[in-house]
Ligand binder design. Structure first.
Ligand SMILES: [Zn+2]
Length: 240
């Protein structure tokens, strides 16, 4: 059977001869491994189709052994991301997140797909504060899975935040100083404000912030991601 998939390349492995197996994240089928035949040569017709961040319409023939790509049209070329090392690592971390997620239903798959594509568009074609797209994407992921991180009031008692604000790592929510437990971590004012802003603004209006605040916020979100999804994100080039 032939499939028509709007999909983005997450990663690829070399296979025999000049073939390449690539992991696609598709709107229609979620994550799916497909094979590109003879695509590693310079003159290969579909050589761009194997590169991470390539977003296109893939025609895939489903086979008993593997799924073979027989055609591809580029929808959007996010190659710009690979030209800037900071953007590359940021985009790569977004792909790593998608790779680690399980999709329970069509709605999650659709929303994660749209959030990824919209985020990569901003990352590729706009000037952004380092980590802003990645942080926004992560906050979107929590929200899509029904685990929004930001709350205006204490998630435990429902009261206003008066002084310090904590993240309760056991439940992954923000709590006040009266409700904090020994598993809660103090969040700096800068990080809290950034989480608030990013939660309420679209990709098109990402704010500027100091690099240090972005890095601290990322560490919080990566820890929260681990507690929520039981997945340890490596984020090569960013966290190490
Ligand atoms: Zn409280």
């Amino acid at each position: 059977m032939s499939l028509n998939l709007k999909a983005i390349v997450i990663k690829g492995n070399n296979a025999k001869e000049k073939d390449k197996n690539i992991l696609l994240f598709s709107l229609e089928k979620g994550k799916i491994w497909v094979t590109l035949k003879g695509v590693r040569g310079d003159k290969a017709k579909m050589k761009y189709a194997k590169e991470p961040f390539c977003f296109g319409e893939y025609i895939v023939e489903e086979g008993k052994v593997n799924n073979v790509v027989t055609g591809m049209d580029i929808i959007e070329d996010f190659n710009e991301i690979a030209k800037d090392v900071d953007k590359y690592f940021e985009g790569n971390a977004m792909l790593e997140i998608v790779q680690s997620l399980d999709f329970e239903g069509e709605r999650e798959r659709y929303e994660v797909f749209m959030s990824l594509i919209n985020g990569l568009k901003i990352l590729a074609f706009h000037k952004t504060t380092r980590l802003s797209v990645l942080l926004k994407f992560m906050l979107n992921i929590f929200e899509i899975y029904g685990m929004r991180l930001y709350s205006e009031k204490c998630s435990c008692c429902g009261g206003d935040f008066h002084d310090n604000i904590y993240i309760n790592h056991q439940v992954g929510e923000l709590v006040c100083s009266s409700c904090k437990t020994f598993q809660s971590e103090l969040i700096g004012k800068g990080e809290f404000n950034l989480i608030r802003l990013l939660s309420n603004l679209p990709y098109e209006k990402l704010p500027n912030f100091p690099e240090e605040v972005g890095e601290k916020t990322l560490k919080l979100l990566v820890k929260n991601f681990y507690n929520r999804f039981d997945k340890n994100l490596k984020m090569v080039g960013i966290l190490n």
